[in-house]
Write a protein that binds this ligand. Structure first.
Ligand SMILES: Cc1cc2nc3c(=O)[nH]c(=O)nc-3n(C[C@H](O)[C@H](O)[C@H](O)COP(=O)(O)OP(=O)(O)OC[C@H]3O[C@@H](n4cnc5c(N)ncnc54)[C@H](O)[C@@H]3O)c2cc1C
Length: 222
């Protein structure tokens, strides 16, 4: 039995989907609404920098919930819809474009976003990697033929993208502010192993240096 008439989950990805499933598993039988600003049903992000980028898997293999899971959830999906704020006194989630969703409970599962670099936002050839659409755009560009790829940041995602691009035969350089790739995450010994792996696969590493800005070629391309 529910004491709340409507629960709205903002962010229709891993955390949002699992929160919704946990509510149902624990007996919540009220109205459940998932609001997600992406157009896709929840999907797995880890392959975006690996198997999806290299073309080993297609987007239809990434779904986090199959048709049966979706049916069991018995939720309303507002996809391609961004939540713009909360109206606490009015007990509502405000939607971009002026919509308003009156609700009794809210789960915020809005995750993380990729950080851009000064000057790079609108240049062709500059990609961030967070969403399936980001990965599809990058994959499309990489499929046109061999290119020089500069990866900014040698954390997990940057290192994975570098490795995927090298596997695809592209010429890859990685710029990393720390002295070794994955140093904060793995510590010095394993970071040195990762640096050696990059070198073994022909990836050029520029460490201990940051990227100040991105410059266009005057025709809108980096
Ligand atoms: C390329 C890549 C590779 C990864 N590889 C690994 C890996 O190998 N291993 C691992 O453990 N983790 C990996 N991760 C991290 C993992 O995917 C995240 O930890 C996980 O996606 C977090 O889930 P989340 O639901 O909290 O957030 P997110 O997946 O970020 O989802 C948040 C959702 O909320 C939406 N949203 C944000 N604001 C609003 C709003 N105002 N209104 C509506 N919707 C909104 C976003 O668009 C997004 O769809 C990887 C991530 C990426 C991007």
């Amino acid at each position: 039995m529910s004491t709340l008439g409507t629960i709205t989950v903002v962010g229709a990805s891993l955390a949002g989907t699992y929160a919704a499933q946990a509510l149902r598993d624990q007996g919540y039988d009220g109205r459940l609404v998932l609001v997600g600003d992406e157009h896709h049903r929840p999907y797995d992000r880890p392959p975006l920098s690996k198997e999806y980028l290299t073309g080993a898997v297609t987007a239809d293999r990434l779904a986090l919930a199959d048709a049966e899971d979706v049916a069991e959830l018995d939720a309303e999906w507002l996809l391609g819809t961004r939540a713009a704020g909360l109206d606490l006194p009015g007990r509502a989630v405000l939607l971009e474009g002026g919509g308003r969703l009156v609700t009794d409970g809210v789960v915020l599962a809005t995750g993380a976003a990729a950080r851009g670099l000064p000057g790079g936002t609108h240049l062709e050839g500059v990609h961030t990697l967070r969403t399936l659409d980001d990965a599809a755009a990058l994959r499309e560009e990489l499929s046109r033929g061999q290119v020089r790829v500069l990866v900014v940041g040698a954390g997990f995602i940057g290192s994975e993208v570098a490795s995927s691009c090298a596997t695809m035969g592209h010429q890859v350089t990685v710029v990393e502010a720390a002295e070794e790739p994955l140093l904060p995450q793995l510590g010095p010994e394993l970071a040195a192993v990762c640096a050696a792996l990059h070198a073994d696969h022909g990836v050029t590493l520029l460490t201990g240096t940051g990227v100040a800005a991105l410059h266009g070629d005057g025709r809108g391309r980096v």
